[in-house]
Design a protein around this ligand. Sequence first.
Ligand SMILES: [Zn+2]
Length: 711
Amino acid sequence: MRTLISSFFLALLFSCTTGNDHVTTSENHLLLSSTGAESIMKQQSHEVISTALDKLNSKVSSALLAPIDVPLPTDPGGGYTHEKHKANYSAIKDVGTLYLLTKNSEYFDFTRAMLIEYAKLYPTLGLHPQQKNQGPGKLFWQILNEEVALVHFIQGFDAIKYDLNTEDSTFIVDGLLLPMVEFIRDDSERTFRKIHNHAMWGAAAVGMTAMVLNDEELLLDALYGPDHDSLCGYFAMVDQLFSPDGYYSEGPYYQRYALMPLVLLAQALEINRPELNVFEFKDGVILKSIETGFELSDCRGYFFPVNDAVKSKSIETPELGYALPIIYAYGGKQSKWIDAIAINGNCMITDALVNIGSRTEQFARASRFISDGADGSVGGMAILRSSESCDGLTSVLKFGTHGMGHGHFDQLGLQVFAEGTPFITDYGASRFHNVPQKEGGRYLPENNTWANQTIAHNTITIGKKSQHNGNDGAADRSVSHLLHKSFSDTMSVIVALDSSAYSGSQLLRYHVMLTLNKRPYLLDIQSVKNRESLPIDAPFFYEKSLVNSDPVLKYETTSLTPLGTDAGYQHLWKTGYSEQTKSSLHTWQMGSGFITMYNAAIQPYSTVAVKTGANDPNHNLISTEGLILETMESRHQAICTIFEQHGSYDPVFETTQGAYGSIENLEINALDSGYKVTLSTNTNEKYEIVLNGDIEAMHESIIKIKQLKDE
Ligand SMILES: [Zn+2]
C-alpha cells in the first residue's frame, strides 16, 4: 500500500504558502475562490444569487442553532446517527461556504469546531455496526455515504483552511481527511475500482481532497485508478458510464446521483488543473450529461422513472444545483441555463456564478433521441413531445442498456405523460427511500419479484416470462437498436428493435407523434414475431380514472385470484376481463380533459384488468392498475395503439365537453413487409398509414400517410 503524503509536509505547505497575513493572490480553492466570493457578493441582488444566498443563510442559521453533536455511529439509513452525520457534513460545507463569502468569524468557528470533532472521532471508529453485504462505511453503514461525507468535509475544510492555525489543520488532515482517503481508496478498494456511481463518489472525494492537499499522486489515483492505468478511476468512468449524448446507463434517477460527483470533480479540475481540459473530454460529454440529465424530465420537471427510480425526484434536486451553473459557465453562457437554474431553485454558490448574466430566454424541452452505450451504439431513449408547453402528450421509449444491478427488464418499454403528469406509467423501484419502518429504506424483496420484471412495464411479455429470463448479466450483454429517428414539427418517428430479450423472438416498436387535421395523436405499434407459438401479453399500467371500456370489462365482484405464479404475474390480481376482440378502446378522465387509448391488432386478444397487491404479505406494493392485452399462443402479433387527448372537464364549474374521442374505427393489417393502419374519425375523415417493415431500409422510408376519399 502506498503511503500517504506526510502531514508534516502539509503543515509546512500551509505555513509557507499562506502564513497568517491572508495573501489572497496565492490562495487556491476548490470550487469557490476568494476573488469569486467577492465578485458574487457584489452581484447579491441578481435573482439567482439572492435566492441561493437566502437558502444558504437559512440553512446555516438552523445549523448554528443546534448544539454540535457528533454521535458514535450506530443507526442504519433513516436512523438518528445516520441523519445527524448527514446534516453535519452538509452544515460543514454550507457554513464553510458562507464563511468564504462573508468572513464572519462565527462561521469559521463552527466549521473548525465540527471538523475538529470529526477528527477526534474518526480514528476511533471501526466498521459501522449496521454494515450489510454492500461495502461498509465507518460513519455510515455504506461506503457510499462515507464518500459523500468526504466530498462535503473537504469543501468545508477548503473554505477555512487558510485561517486555520497549523496545529488545527494538521489535526484535521491527520485525524479525518487522510484516514477517510485511506479508508475509501485502500480499505474499500473493491468499490473504489468499480465502474459505477459509487466509485464516482469515491473518485470525487479522493480527487478533491488530493487537490486541497496538493498531493499529485493521490490525484492520479482518483483520475486514473490506483495503478494509474485508466482501467478504473474518474476518466474511465466518464468514458464508460456515459454515452456520447451524456446518458448514464443506470437511468435518470441514478444519472442525477452520479452527476454531482461527476461535475464537482470536473469543476475543481477546471479551476485547479485547467491543463487537463476536463470539459473537452470525450467531445464535451460532461456538459452534455448535465443537459441530458435536465431533459430527462417531464414538463413539470419530474425525472422519467426508469429502472430503480424513486419517483418523486425532480429537477429541483440539489445535484442540479451544482450542475446547472456549470453548464452555464463552461458551456457558452446561454441564457436558457439561467432560466433552468432559477427553475431548479437550489443553486449552489461556486465560481460558476461569477459574472452571471440576466435571464432573457426560457428553457424549452424538445423531442429528441438520446443515445446509450459508451460509444452510442446501444439503442437509447426517445422522448417525443407533442408541444413545447405543458398541455400536451410526452412519451418516453426506452431501448438502451439494461442498467446493471439497477436495471429493469423493460426493453422497448413505454411511458406516457399528459399535461405533465404520469399517465401510462412505470412502477419505479419497490422501496420507501429513507423510511425506517420499511427496512430502513432499502430495496424490498418486491423490487426483484415485481418492479424489475417485464410484466410490470409497458412492453410486450412473451411466454409469461421476463426478458432474458430475468438475468441481469444476460441483459447487460444484450443490445437493442435504433432503426429510425426523424423529427419535424408535424411528425416525429422512432423505430426500435430488440431481438435478444427473448431468444427466438423479434420485437419491433414503431412510435410516432403525428398531427392529423390539426389534432395530435400518439401512434404506437408493437410487432412480435416468434419462432414458435407463444402467449403474448401487452400491458398498459395507468394512473387516473378509467371511465369507459369498449368492449366492456366484466369486473370480479366477490373474490380475486393472482394472474400467475412467477415473473411478476404472482403480484397481479385479475380484477376483470373482456371478450376476445381485434379492436378496443378505453377512456380516462385526466387533468383538464380526457384521454382515449384505441387498440387494434392483427390477431384477436382479450383485455385483462389487473391490480398489484397479490402475494404481498407485508403490504410493500403500491396499488397500481393496468390493462393487459392478452393474445393466446401466436407466432405473429402486431398491436396498434393510438392515444388521443380530447374534451374538457372542469370540476369547479361542473362542465364536461367532448368526453368521447374522435376515432370511430381503427384497424391494422400485416403487409408482406410492414403494416397498414386504417382509421376513420367522427368527422368522416379516413386515413391510411403504411409503415415500412424492411429492417434494412428503414432509414430511407418509414411511414406514408394518405387521406382516403369517402366511399
Ligand atoms: Zn421499471
